[in-house]
Design a protein around this ligand. Structure first.
Ligand code: RI2
Length: 325
């Protein structure tokens, strides 16, 4: 395995590289690096290298579906190119596919910003959680249009990604209040809209995002504050169409307490889920690069976007399609 690819995998696992979109782009980049640096003399040898790298990348973090969606997008184009039997063409197609994914991911962020900003009104106070490039794109676009009065950003225990958000917004001149996560309800009465990102969206419109999101959604629902999720289409989880559940990553206890605490109180079990699930009833809109959807309609978009992946990767689904014809 190339040391560059091992390093990328390690950086994703340890969250030096984080955020669902960035993880996806970096995974695509890792596959491009394999194609650029491969010394394989045969197509079989190259395919083995690509598959090994894909396997390693997929094992890094289990929840953000953007990662397998990116890897599968590239792999699918690589497999098709490999049918030509040409090593050179397959390598080039790997590079092109990775570049296409990265470019369209960046374009998607801009589109989400444009569409999402239309849902923010002049004078709005916006709350956000964690550090989502998609949510920030919406807030910054709306702020550019002079609509955002101020933002409440939760600090986001245990890794404090909310500080990044506060910094990124403040650097662009947005008025930011950084608050502890548990103050979300206290400030909810001052908020007009909540905008968060997503690591995965299930077929029923439920959204998996940074732990704490569902509590904020609950508080927003109770206070009748609109709750929006900003998510590129590659955050949609096609395997949920087949009834699969999204695995919630549980991270090390040392992110919550230090080693000394763990040693001193061996009978205390520290739980540290990285994500939680917000049910569709608490979500008003999912803002995607393909339009704005109520969560109840997301299944439609998911089928349109991922028919190919279901057919290619899930043979049992193909059987069903054939039966339906
Ligand atoms: P973008 C992050 O996960 C957060 O949960 C954030 O809301 C989500 O990814 C989406 O981020 P983590 O990697 O793709 O911090 O919108 O665990 O940037």
């Amino acid at each position: 395995m190339l040391p560059e690819v091992e390093k990328i995998a390690d950086d994703i696992r340890t969250m030096r590289i984080r955020g669902a979109a960035r993880i996806a782009r970096t995974a695509a980049e890792a596959l491009r690096i394999v194609a650029e640096k491969s010394e394989a003399k045969t197509l079989d040898g190259f395919m083995k290298e690509i598959n090994q790298a894909a396997h390693l990348l997929l094992s890094t973090r289990p929840t953000a579906v953007s990662l397998p969606n990116a890897v599968n997008y590239v792999l699918s184009r690589v497999r098709k190119a490999a049918e030509s039997g040409s090593l050179k063409e397959t390598r080039w197609e790997t590079i092109r596919a990775a570049n296409d994914f990265i470019e369209s991911s960046l374009r998607a962020l801009d589109i989400i910003g444009e569409l999402g900003a239309r849902r923010i009104k002049h004078g709005d106070v916006v709350m956000t959680h964690c550090n989502s490039s998609a949510a920030i794109s919406v807030i910054l676009k709306a702020a550019e249009q002079g609509k955002v009065e101020e933002v409440y950003a939760t600090e986001t225990r245990p890794r404090f990604q909310g500080r990044l958000t506060a910094r990124q917004l403040a650097e662009k001149g947005v008025k930011v209040n950084l608050i502890v996560d548990s103050a979300a309800r206290y400030f909810m009465n001052e908020v007009d809209r909540v905008v968060v990102g997503a690591d995965a969206v299930a077929v029923n419109g439920a959204v998996v995002n940074k732990v704490g999101t569902s509590m904020i959604a609950l508080a927003a629902h109770e206070a009748r504050v609109r709750f929006y999720v900003a998510a590129e289409t590659y955050k949609l989880s096609p395997s949920t169409i087949l009834g699969e559940l999204i695995e919630i990553e549980e991270r090390p206890a040392t992110e919550v307490v230090d080693e000394e605490f763990l040693r001193k109180y061996p009978n205390i079990r520290v739980r540290n889920p990285a994500f939680d699930i917000t049910p569709p009833e608490y979500i008003d809109l999912i803002i995607t690069n393909k339009g704005v959807y109520p969560p109840q309609a997301i299944a439609m978009l998911m089928r349109e976007e991922f028919e190919w992946i279901l057919e290619e990767l899930y043979p049992e689904y193909r059987v069903r399609l054939v039966e339906e014809e």
